[in-house]
Design a binder for this molecule. Structure first.
Ligand code: IMP
Ligand code: MG
Length: 254
C-alpha cells in the first residue's frame, strides 16, 4: 500500500488524487461507498460525506416552513433542517468515536458556525450521557469575517477568541482561506491536535485544496444561506439551507 493511500485511509485526507491511487483504493473499498468527483481537472475521493450534486433540484419552498419575510428571496431549499440534524448526529458519533478519551476544547467559528456548533455539541453531549466512551468538553468562540455581499474580501478579520482548540466547528469552507488563516493562528498556541469539522464544503475551482477533517455535505458552487449562513447578516434566522436568488442579492446589497 502506498503512503498516499495510507494517508487517505488513516486520515480521510481529501486532496486531488492520481488515477493510480483511485484504482488501488477502489480495489480495497466497496464501490458503493465511494464517490469520485471532479473539481477542476483533479479527481477526488471521498469516503464520508454526503455529496450534493451540481444539478441538485432541491425542494420547492412551499413544501417547508420558511419565514414570510424571505419567501421572495430564495430559489429552493437545498438542505432541509431535518437532514442537517440527521447528518450532524452522525458527525457527532464519528467525532466521539475518534476523540473518545481526549479532552476537547470546542472552538466555534462565529457567526456562521453558531447553529451548527450548538447542534453538534448537543449530539456529542447526548452521546456522552448515554455511552461508555465520552469526550470531556469545554467551549470557546472566535469570530472571523471575510465576506461582503457574496464575495470574499481576501482579508480575514479575527474578532475575539483567546483559547486554543482541538476541535473547531465551522459553517462552510469555500476557498479554504478563512480556515487556513485560523489554523495558522491556532498553531502559534501549539495545540496537541486540531481537528476541523465543517458542515459544508463548496465544490469550487477557487478552492486552495484545503479540506476539513469532518465534512457534513459537499455543495455546488452557489451562494447558500440559512442555518446561520448569511448574506450581509440576513438569513441567519432561516432553518433550512437555501439558494439565494439574484433579486435578493441586489435587495440586500451593501
Ligand atoms: P473561505 O475563506 O473562502 O473558505 O470562506 C469561508 C467563509 O466565507 C465562511 O465562513 C462564510 O462566512 C463565507 N461563505 C462562503 N461561502 C458562503 C455561502 O455560500 N454562503 C454564506 N457564506 C459563505
Ligand atoms: Mg458571512
Amino acid at each position: 500500500m502506498t503512503s498516499e493511500l495510507r494517508d487517505v485511509i488513516n486520515h480521510w485526507v481529501f486532496t486531488p488524487l492520481s488515477d493510480d491511487i483511485i484504482s488501488e483504493f477502489t480495489q480495497l473499498v466497496r464501490p458503493s461507498r465511494l464517490w469520485s468527483l471532479k473539481s477542476g481537472s483533479a479527481p477526488y475521493l471521498c469516503l464520508t460525506h454526503k455529496q450534493i450534486p451540481d444539478d441538485e433540484k432541491g425542494y420547492k419552498l412551499d413544501l417547508f416552513c420558511v419565514p414570510k419575510h424571505y419567501e421572495e428571496d430564495l430559489d429552493q431549499v437545498i438542505i432541509p433542517h431535518g437532514l442537517i440534524m440527521d447528518r450532524t448526529e452522525r458527525l457527532a458519533r464519528d467525532i466521539v468515536r475518534d476523540m473518545g478519551g481526549h479532552h476537547i476544547v470546542a472552538l466555534c467559528v462565529l457567526k456562521g458556525g453558531y447553529t451548527f456548533f450548538a447542534d453538534l455539541l448537543d449530539y456529542i453531549k447526548a452521546l456522552n450521557q448515554n455511552s461508555d466512551k465520552s469526550v470531556p468538553l469545554t467551549v470557546d468562540f472566535i469570530r472571523l469575517k471575510s465576506y461582503c455581499n457574496d464575495q470574499s474580501t481576501n482579508i480575514v478579520k479575527v474578532i475575539g477568541g483567546d483559547e486554543l482548540s482541538t476541535l473547531t466547528g465551522k459553517d462552510i469552507v469555500e476557498t479554504g482561506r478563512t480556515m487556513e488563516t485560523l489554523l495558522s493562528l491556532l498553531s502559534e498556541c501549539n495545540p496537541k491536535m486540531v481537528k476541523v469539522v465543517s458542515l459544508l464544503v463548496k465544490r469550487t475551482p477557487r478552492s486552495s485544496g484545503y479540506r476539513p477533517d469532518y465534512i457534513g455535505f459537499e455543495v455546488p458552487d452557489l451562494f447558500l444561506v440559512g442555518y446561520a449562513l448569511d448574506y450581509n447578516e440576513y438569513f441567519r434566522d432561516l432553518s433550512h439551507i437555501c439558494i439565494l436568488n439574484e433579486n435578493a442579492k441586489e435587495k440586500y446589497k451593501v
